[in-house]
Design a binder for this molecule. Sequence first.
Ligand code: HEM
Length: 421
Amino acid sequence: MAYPFSNSRDAHVDLSSQDAFSEGAPFVTFERMRREAPLEWCPQSDGGRGFWSITRHADIMALNRDTELLSSARGIRMEDQSPEEYEARKTFQETDPPQHRYFRMLVNKAFSKATISAYAPQIQAMVRDITAPAFERGEFDAVEAIARQLPMRMLAQILGVSAEDAAWLVTKGDSLISNADPDYTDHVIDKVDTEKYRLLPFRSPAALDLFDYANALLKRMDAGETIGVLSVVRQETNDGRRMSDDEFRNFFCLLVAAGNDTTRYALAAALHSLANEPALLPQLQAGGEDLYDSASDELIRWASPTSHFRRTATRDFELHGKTVRAGDKVVLWFLSGNRDAEAFVDPQRIDLTRKPNRYVAFGQGGPHVCLGMWLARLEVNLVLQELARRLKGIEQTAPHSYLRSNFIHGIKRLPVRVHRK
Ligand code: HEM
């Protein structure tokens, strides 16, 4: 590896600990697990009941597909949830087929490759708007100036809200999804008693503000207004169900948090890579359109912004000589699968031409494969194009810092200097 994307050399870190990820992901531990213990029981230091870790690419692909064996309908986070908590916080992400399929069919079209491709000119204009003043300044925090801005503007577009509202929503979304990082919330999940908020998404009081905002949107839609994709999700599914108000509020939080921060951290990792591997930018500049596609995929593989999702075993089963019991939590480490040498030639190297690239950062292979996958890819692609068009070089000027989170793998500060053409 040409430069560090993690500082930890410990092969036995506690994966339930948020601190284990605060200086980058514990790749050395994942490497050991893939080699020696591809199904490993992990006790939880936060008082949870423990979980099984799946770290090999092939196992992640097979198990993510097998929803009869591993269910999403009993929680998708590492934390233990009571049936009451789980029910209160549920979205369609916490359902299994066939129920999941009906709802997913409603929203698929709004996020399909064809629909999203039509946004390209608008996204391109946003990218120019965002990057031009930063490039003019020359030195800036690339996360704040670029990576945070683009997904936020796209969110405004998708939700049909003002830029000001989007900025407010994203700050609230940060408190939700970054609930373990004191830079983003006063209610740090493993340090403060959040019992009072256990029925809210991410056990975060910020969800109450997002609920208020969602309630106002519900009112407007009930009065007959159409609000982009949000009106689509309120339609009746093929099995005759309609999303309840509770589910809508949770879905809104999901869209604001998961649809935003993940793309930010994909962009941050891409910028970090370009700033630290000087050969990448000229390589992009010399390539054609195809190269931007493969480069976006490769940089999202490298970034792996959501490190894991959890499932629950529906029955006892054997794997790699061990027995998983019905009801056990099973965590699929997408982050580890994306560094698996059995699936990727030289996985520690960024190869912008990598093809095929069977990365799993979006939960590919399973029914819950990321809804925003085409959008995130396009945003990364268009940022890369703009960097290649405008810059002679980009370099990191001071150490970067990572989000404190074992769920979201992300660089939160990245000081850079750019040299314009
Ligand atoms: C690089 C950026 C992104 C990454 C790495 C990412 C990652 C993921 C992953 C791994 C899943 C599967 C979850 C599971 O298996 O339970 C997922 C699902 C989902 N993502 Fe993304 N995501 C990204 C961007 C987005 C965007 C831009 C949006 C929306 C605008 C979005 C909305 C969703 C939704 C709604 C689901 C649930 C889908 C379902 O359950 O059927 N994501 N995402």
